[in-house]
Structure formats: C-alpha cells, structure tokens
Design a protein around this ligand. Structure first.
Ligand code: NDP
Ligand code: OAA
Length: 274
C-alpha cells in the first residue's frame, strides 16, 4: 500500500501504531502532509517512531507534492481547514480519500466541490462512521426517506474548552450537566469543528443537515464522550448510545475514531470487507 496521510496528530499517530501491528509487511510509501510550520518536527518524529514500518517516508506541505508520490489511498485526519485545502485536488487526480473531519461538509459549497472533484477524477470520498455507530442502518433507512433523527452529544467539560460553549457555561466550575447548544447538524458541525463531526456524519447518512436535530452537553459526570441518537422511520425505529473512551492525546476525540479509519484501510487490503 502507498498511503498518503493529511495530518500527524492524535488520530494519525495512533492509527500508524495500529497499522504497524496489522500489516504483514512494511508500507511501500507513507507520505504525510504537514503544515509548513511543523513539517520539520513532523518528519523527525515520523522517522524516529515509524521509519521501520515504511519503505519510503516523505513529509510534504501540499497536495501537489503528495500526488507526485503516487499514493493509492489518502486519509485525512487534520481538521476542517485541511479538507478545504488538500482534499479536492487529490480527488480530482483519481485517488480515493477517507476523511475524518466530516463536519467540513456542513459548508454546502465545499460538499458540492468535493462531490464534483470525486466525479471528475473517478475517485471516491469515503466517510467513515468515526466515533459513532449504526451508520449502515441509518444510511439504508435514509434511502427510503421519512426519517426523524435526534442526536445528543455529551462530553466532560474539558472536551468543550476553546469552543463557543465557554460563552454560556462556566466549564471549570460546572456541577451538573448543561445543554449549551440546541439546533441543527449544519450549525453544530460548523460551530464545533473539533467536536461535532458525528452530527455531520449522522446528517449525511440520514435526514440531512437541516432536519437532523442536535443537542450538545457538557456533563461533569460523563464517563467519556457519549453519542446518543434516536431514529424513527416508516421502516424501523432504533436508539443508540455509545460511551466512548476519549483519546489520551485529545479529549475531544474518541479512540474508536482511529479504529473506524483502521477498518476502512483493512477493508481495502484484506480478502473480505466487513
Ligand atoms: N468523524 C469523527 O467521528 C471524528 C472526527 N474528528 C476530526 O479529526 C480531526 C483530527 O483529530 P485529532 O487527530 O484528534 O486532532 P489533533 O489536533 O491531535 O491533530 C490534528 C493534526 O492535523 C494537523 N493539521 C492541522 N491543519 C493542517 C493542515 N492544513 N495541513 C496538514 N496538517 C494539518 C495538525 O498539525 P499541527 O501540529 O501543525 O497543528 C495536527 O498534527 C479533528 O479536528 C476532527 O475534525 C475527530 C474525532 C471524531
Ligand atoms: O464528532 C467529533 O468531532 C468528535 C467526537 O465527538 C468524538 O470523537 O467522540
């Protein structure tokens, strides 16, 4: 496999460790897109920690240089701005891209650009389930229409630091659960880009950004990052509650997100996809 990766933060680092244990042999190529400001430091860390996993290892600062290395799959784990900057040219060049920063598609113009780029390149934009589950059933029910989807995302207060939640809630001194956002999935994904990608995933799979109702909660008693949603459709009704372990490197991000991306990669290299 010739793997391109956008970002080398919490998700990317854990993913590479898991890949090292999963793959039979080394990756033929690992090409990582980093910001120019941190490219040198990224390259030094990559060589020290993952040099043995890779035939050829390069760090680049843009899509053009990435494409020159001819990856056969690119995984984005960097953030909404990185999707805007790097993903359209990769899709246009015909290479499939798995993105975790799915909330970037709350910008309707970007969603249209990504769909058009994938169409033009004959590539596929892959949206993994990430930190949530049940996306297979939701997407299947979505085809039939008539969905009502209500989602509530609850995390410990520290996961909401640096977000607009701080404007309405005293996160440091919270003693009980506080719902600081009620709205639709488009607003949630746009205003909480590092915390509400799950809302966007549910919206894209199911009822759409406007119709998907969202509540975001800071809860000092939350045992982890909790994703709960209910679905009502003419074909089925279900509720889902996932209690996710937060990452050691980033409290906003659930560890299961890493394994969801790993699943996408394994499904491309193994004899069976599940
Ligand atoms: N779909 C889902 O369920 C989930 C999605 N996510 C998404 O995943 C993203 C990454 O999560 P996580 O790994 O925990 O975050 P981190 O902040 O730990 O890592 C992000 C990395 O991306 C790099 N980066 C930022 N902008 C760019 C850019 N323009 N080009 C290249 N690299 C860039 C950062 O580099 P630097 O050090 O230079 O800043 C950093 O290394 C989140 O921002 C969120 O949007 C997260 C959890 C669940
Ligand atoms: O959706 C997100 O952006 C992140 C999240 O809630 C999680 O990882 O649990």
């Amino acid at each position: 496999m010739r793997l391109g990766m956008i970002g080398f933060g919490n998700i990317a680092q854990t993913l590479l460790k898991q890949l090292a244990e999963t793959l039979d042999g080394p990756l033929e190529l690992l090409a990582v897109v980093a910001r120019p400001e941190t490219a040198g430091e990224t390259e030094a860390r990559l060589r020290a920690e993952f040099g043995a996993l890779v035939g050829e290892l390069v760090v680049v600062t843009g899509a053009e240089a990435l494409l020159q290395k001819k990856p056969n799959l690119v995984v984005e784990c960097a953030g909404h701005a990185a999707v805007v900057e790097h993903v359209p040219p990769v899709l246009r060049s015909g290479i499939d891209v798995v993105i975790v920063s799915i909330g970037a598609l709350s910008d309707a113009a970007l969603e249209a650009e990504l769909r058009s780029a994938a169409g033009a390149g004959g590539a596929r934009l892959v949206l993994p389930a990430g930190a949530v589950g049940g996306i297979d059933l939701l997407a299947a029910l979505g085809v039939a229409g008539g969905l009502d989807v209500r989602y509530r995302g609850s995390k410990p207060p520290r996961a909401w630091s640096g977000t607009p939640a701080e404007e309405t809630v005293d996160l440091a001194n919270l003693t009980e659960a506080a719902t600081f956002f009620t709205g639709n999935a488009r607003e949630a994904a746009r205003d909480f880009p590092k915390n509400a990608n799950v809302a966007a995933t549910l919206a894209l799979a199911g009822a759409g950004f406007e119709a998907t109702r969202v509540e975001l909660v800071a809860d000092p008693a939350a045992p982890g990052n909790i994703h709960e949603y209910s679905v009502t459709s003419p074909l089925a009704k279900y509720t889902m509650r996932i209690e996710n372990l937060p990452s050691a490197g980033n409290a906003r991000t659930s560890v299961s997100t890493v394994y969801s991306v790993l699943r996408e990669i394994r499904n491309r290299i193994g004899p069976v996809a599940i």
